[in-house]
Design a protein around this ligand. Sequence first.
Ligand SMILES: [Zn+2]
Ligand SMILES: [Zn+2]
Length: 248
Amino acid sequence: MLLARQLDKLYDATLALLYPQACAACDDGHVERRADAPACAACWQQTRIFTGAETCCWKCGALALGEVTADERESVRCRRCDAAAYTSARAIGMYEGALRASVLTLKREAHVGARLARLLCATQRRPPLDAATLIAPVPLHPERERERGFNQATLLARALAQQTGLPLDEWSCARITHTPQHRAGMDARARHETVAAAFQVTRPRLIAGERVLLIDDVFTTGATVAACAHALKEAGAADVFVLTVARA
Ligand SMILES: [Zn+2]
Ligand SMILES: [Zn+2]
């Protein structure tokens, strides 16, 4: 074990010397450890990563002001998310620094870094997401997936399934309409309407009774995951939880 770790360090040092990889989050940093890719250690250090001790809406995960006791934590609500079909949504941290760089890099490169995978796993293991029984990625429309070559949410879901040992269902939920990219200036309601009817569960038998953990890269308004959660609940899912890399 010790030898393996030393060899790993040596490999990292050699690789960094021969092929220095620029940090995707800052101008002058380099990725010192493969596990940290695509960001440097300093950028990871400066990125707000949630610990589970924050005061936040227990349902959607929106940060709230003030402090509450551990007993009160589950009763905190922002009330803006009341209508959403999911049970609870959480993210690794804020959409900034190393997490933002990870999300943007994952749109181009089909690789989930080891540090990102570990953080996904740590977030899933905390309440309320620890109740999940099945992992499912938010699907991309097939046309968009063909353009990109992969669905980044699927890559995240696979990495999480590997870390946690939870079963993965990549196919039961499908995107049936090709929603246009959200335009700047589109309000929450307009976004909601463009995605409301976008998802269909093709194999409800595999979803029924499950506590599904939906995976996506960014939680912005939550409209996409709420629409997907709605379809899963209609198909008989007992609960739908949401885990994203970052919260915008
Ligand atoms: Zn950096
Ligand atoms: Zn909320």
